[in-house]
Design a protein around this ligand. Structure first.
Ligand SMILES: Nc1nc2c(ncn2[C@@H]2O[C@H](COP(=O)(O)OP(=O)(O)O)[C@@H](O)[C@H]2O)c(=O)[nH]1
Ligand SMILES: [Mg+2]
Length: 271
């Protein structure tokens, strides 16, 4: 890692505590109203895509883990993650959050959790940036019944939607800040577009991904950054490659599934 990237990383890690505290406080305010927490996590980063601080904040509330982008993740790895979380008592489902049918399973799972409780349970979707929160909420609301009435006080700004038979969904997602535990978490989260773009050097991210792919998926033919840049025309006059913009485009392509399905973290492995 270059000195510049190292400095960037320090900056990134230091930048977050204040944001983290604020984000957690905000979620904490909402949580007083919530019975079921639906945690959206990108299935490609089931470890780095979660923030362990959420455990303390939500306490003993019912929780449903939704692994999004199952269409982009390695299905074997996703299966192992579901078993891993289930073994820890955490109900987990994998979805393509863009699909109505898939999001229907979130609704079913939430209804099942609510069935163990009295009356109507109130649910909220939380997750780090780009984890699929809005997609899940939109998918659920598309078939939702009429908006339920607004409540007083802290909920004045919030809207609740009835998901028959027994769930009410808050329309606002709770935004978690990712916890960047190490260098690997940084490039993986950046690759999954979970980190603000000004917080990382795209070229470093792509090179780390390339190295990782060669190790983990050696039989996969994924273009390197040079090949990708040449093919997509990220070449300046004089033949010099525009690595910065090529790398940004590369990250978008990876997120669009152009390089096939991959999971960046495996159940039962540290990194
Ligand atoms: N392929 C795929 N794309 C998804 C999935 N979930 C979300 N997206 C896309 O990822 C982007 C960010 O999703 P969004 O729901 O806005 O994430 P949020 O930032 O957590 O609210 C959007 O372009 C979505 O269409 C998924 O399960 N599969
Ligand atoms: Mg959103």
């Amino acid at each position: 890692m270059s000195a510049r990237a190292e400095a960037e990383l320090q900056h990134l890690i230091q930048w977050y505590p204040g944001h983290m505290a604020r984000a957690m406080r905000k979620i904490g305010e909402y949580l007083s109203l919530i019975d079921i927490v639906v945690e959206a996590v990108d299935a490609r980063v089931p470890r780095s895509g979660r923030n362990p601080a959420l455990d303390r904040t939500i306490g003993k509330r019912a929780r449903l883990l939704v692994l999004t982008r199952s269409d982009l993740a390695d299905p074997h790895a996703t299966k192992a993650w579901i078993a891993h979380f289930a073994a820890g008592g955490l109900e987990t489902i994998a979805v393509d959050a863009r699909s109505q049918q898939s999001v229907g399973r979130v609704r079913t799972a939430a209804a099942r959790l609510a069935a163990g409780r009295k009356g109507v349970s109130r649910a909220m979707v939380v997750g780090i940036p780009n984890s699929g929160k809005s997609s899940i909420i939109n998918g659920l609301l598309r078939r939702a019944a009429a908006r339920t009435e607004d409540r007083a006080g802290v909920t004045r700004q919030l809207q609740w939607f009835r998901l028959p038979p027994n769930v009410e969904l808050m329309d606002t997602p709770g935004i978690l800040v990712p916890k960047i535990a190490d260098k690997a978490a940084q490039w993986k989260l950046a690759l999954c577009a979970a980190v603000p773009r000004e917080r990382y050097e795209p070229e470093e991210v792509v090179r780390a991904f390339e190295r990782w792919l060669r190790e983990r998926y050696p039989n996969r033919s994924v273009p390197g950054i040079d090949e990708f840049a040449a093919a997509r025309g990220f070449v300046r006059r004089g033949g010099e490659i525009d690595y910065h913009n090529a790398a940004q485009s590369y990250i978008r392509a990876a997120n669009a599934g152009e390089f096939g399905r991959f999971t960046l973290e495996f159940a039962g492995e540290r990194s």
